[in-house]
Design a protein around this ligand. Structure first.
Ligand code: PLP
Length: 381
């Protein structure tokens, strides 16, 4: 039950597709003229198209591959913002946003946090008064990796459009699970990671970007792209502008297969199943003493990330006991998001986090409920 960290198992066929690339294809992108290179290229291009289909965008060339959402956010944040700029973020951000932003403070780039409530909910009506003359953009996670609360990116996107701000969304916890519409939600850059709800391999992620931002952005890395080899400066061509060096092609093949699975199953059906299981799980947790459920107490506007706090025991020891006594893997601590814990009132103690996954069954959930119940009753003795 640690799918919030990374999903397991992966979508059917993912491992075989990675193997197929390594065993039967094995060529680079843009760099050779023999037959199988074209196959790698066509799978990579199809993967960009599948991502466009998932995120309701029609520009495959504006899908840039990186190794994960952290790299995507670094490329975006460091490429878009300049000295003197001001940025707004939510108080639920992961260190993938906090650390690059704090690193940029010495370069004259400032940020302010928009406070969310004790359930991680952002009041969009409060944002306007925090916009300064030099505010250039808003960066926001779509869902908290600590408590699963969904942030209203659609309303924030609208506000960004009205105020001419760039809107950058971290979809680490929602891509593959929620419908994210790049254009209609007013998103300018959408960072994703392949290994969570996209059900693909680790080491492949990327971002989807608008033409305008792609044009304005500076590159974080330059190098060989296999294109325009006669010039010694970085090409402006998309996606090459942001894709220097050999990509994780086995990862792209694996992601290609998992995206096909998600699109076939539909995000709606995937979400419905996950939320039904989440409902059963949180209902049972709410009825247990010794435990606080952190964040939202029902399945409205949340994901299958469920954090609890054992009131009178160490969450880390409880996580270890769950693994050793019942074979259930979870994650305890601060989950790389101290600001979210400060918002939720769980800093520095942290929580024990369950991440429900697509391939779990109702029996798995009942087993988990029973295990937490038994663990908790040990505390009564
Ligand atoms: C909200 C959020 N942002 C960013 C990340 C970083 O993801 P990755 O390690 O794939 O870059 C995570 C994963 O833990 C996350 O949950």
């Amino acid at each position: 039950m640690d799918n919030g960290a990374t999903s397991f198992p992966k979508a059917p066929g993912v491992a075989e597709k990675v193997f197929d690339y390594l065993k039967n294809v094995g060529t680079n992108l843009n760099r050779s003229s023999h037959g199988s290179s074209y196959e790698a290229e066509s799978v990579a291009y199809e993967t960009r198209e599948l991502l466009c289909s998932l995120f309701q965008y029609d520009k495959p060339e504006n899908v840039v591959f990186t190794k994960n959402v952290t790299e995507s956010l670094n490329v975006l944040i460091k490429g878009i913002f300049r000295s003197g700029d001001h940025i707004l973020i939510s108080s639920m951000e992961h260190n993938a946003v906090m650390r690059p932003l704090n690193g940029l403070r010495s370069k004259g780039i400032a940020y302010d946090k928009l406070a969310c409530d004790r359930e991680g909910v952002l009041d969009v009506n409060e944002i306007g008064k925090h916009i300064l003359p030099n505010t250039k953009g808003i960066i926001m996670t779509h869902a908290s990796n600590v408590c699963g609360t969904i942030l209203d990116i659609e309303s924030v996107g609208k506000l960004c459009r009205q105020n001419g701000l760039a809107f950058i969304v971290d979809t680490a916890q929602t891509a593959g699970l929620f419908d994210i519409e790049f254009l209609s939600m007013g998103i300018d850059a959408l960072a994703f990671t392949g290994h969570k709800s996209l059900l693909g391999p680790q080491g492949i992620g990327g971002f989807v970007i608008s033409d305008k931002l792609a044009r304005e952005m500076e590159t974080l890395m330059e190098g060989g792209t296999g294109s325009l080899s006669d010039i010694e400066v970085q090409p402006d061509l998309m996606p090459d502008k942001f894709e220097s060096g050999t990509l994780n092609i086995p990862g792209i093949f694996g992601l290609n297969e998992s995206l096909k699975y998600i699109i076939r199953e539909t995000t709606e059906a995937i979400r419905e199943k996950e939320m039904a299981l989440t409902g059963v799980f949180i209902e049972a947790l709410l009825n247990m003493d010794h435990i606080d459920l952190i964040g939202r107490k029902n399945i409205m506007n949340r994901t299958g990330i469920v954090s609890i706090d054992f009131r009178s025991a160490d969450n880390g020891i409880m996580a270890q006991s769950l693994r050793e006594a019942f074979g259930i893997t979870t994650r305890s601590g601060l989950h790389c998001a101290p600001s979210a814990h400060q918002t939720l009132g769980t800093f520095p103690r942290g929580t024990l986090r369950f991440g429900l996954g697509h391939f779990m069954s109702e029996d798995d959930i009942h087993y988990a409920i029973d295990s937490v119940y038994r663990l908790r009753s040990i505390m009564d003795r």
